[in-house]
Design a protein around this ligand. Sequence first.
Ligand SMILES: C[S@@+](CC[C@H](N)C(=O)[O-])C[C@H]1O[C@@H](n2cnc3c(N)ncnc32)[C@H](O)[C@@H]1O
Length: 264
Amino acid sequence: MSGFDTHWLALREPADRAARHPGLINSLAEYLRGQDAPLVLDIGCGTGSTWRSLAGRLPAGTRWLMLDNDPLLLDEAARRIGSDDDVTFHRHDLNDVEGLPLEGVSVVTASALFDLCSERFCAALADRLAAARCGLYAALNYDGSMRWFPPHPLDAGMVELFNRHQRTDKGFGPALGPDAVACLTRQLAKRGFFVRTGDSPWRLDADMAELDAELLKGLRGPLIEMSGVSDVAIDDWLAYRLAGLGKQRGSDLVGHTDILALPV
Ligand SMILES: C[S@@+](CC[C@H](N)C(=O)[O-])C[C@H]1O[C@@H](n2cnc3c(N)ncnc32)[C@H](O)[C@@H]1O
C-alpha cells in the first residue's frame, strides 16, 4: 500500500485538470473514436482524478478499468464515481507488470505516477504495451522545475535537493523523478510508438495559495532527508515562502509534462 493522502489528491485535482495539455487529450479522444470497443486502464488511479478529468471528453461508451494497490483509495474512487456500468475497479500492485490486465485495453492512462517509477518498470511496461498494441497517456509528470515569486537566493538549491529526493526509491526501485518522460519517450519510441509530449505546468496564482502552501509544507520532509542545507536554513526559507503566499504578483510554477504514445 502506498499511503497517498486523499486531502492532498483532492487539493491538487483542480490544478491538474487546468494543467493537462489539451492537445494531447484531443488526440487521445480521436484515437479512441477509432477503436471498436474503447477500454481505458487507469493505473495508479487514486480516487479517480483522471476519470473525472477525461470521461466527458472521451467517446461515449468508453469503458474504464481503475487500478491501484491502495484499497482505501480504490474505495474512495468507487464512492466518488458512483454506480456506472462502464467503470470497474481492480486492486493490483504495479510491480507485477506481467499481471497487468491489458486484454482488450486500448490505452493505459496515468497521472502523477511515472516520476515515482523506475526505468526498469518503464521498460517492462513498454514491452507489455508493445505486445498488446496498447497506447499510453500519462499526465502531470514532474519535470524538475519549480519557480516562486519573488525569487529567493536559496530557491535553486532547494529545487536541486528536492529533485535528488525525487530520484530515491518510491516503491519501484530508484525513481526516475524529472527524467520520467525522457525515459518513457525513449522506451516507447524504440518499440515503434508515435510519441508526443506537451507541457502541463501548475500555475499557482494567489487564489491557489492553499495548494501552494501544502506543496511547500510537503517539501520539508524530503529537503531535510536529503540534508546538504541546514534544517534552520530550510525552515527559514519555508517560512519566507509561506509568508508570501496569497500576495505574490506572479504565478508560482511547478513544471510537468504529459505524454501520449500510440501504436502505429
Ligand atoms: C500521486 S498519486 C496519483 C493518483 C491519481 N492518479 C491522481 O492523479 O490523483 C499516485 C498513485 O499511484 C498509486 N501507486 C503507487 N504505487 C503503486 C503500486 N506499486 N501499485 C499500484 N498503484 C500504486 C498510489 O496508490 C496513488 O494512488
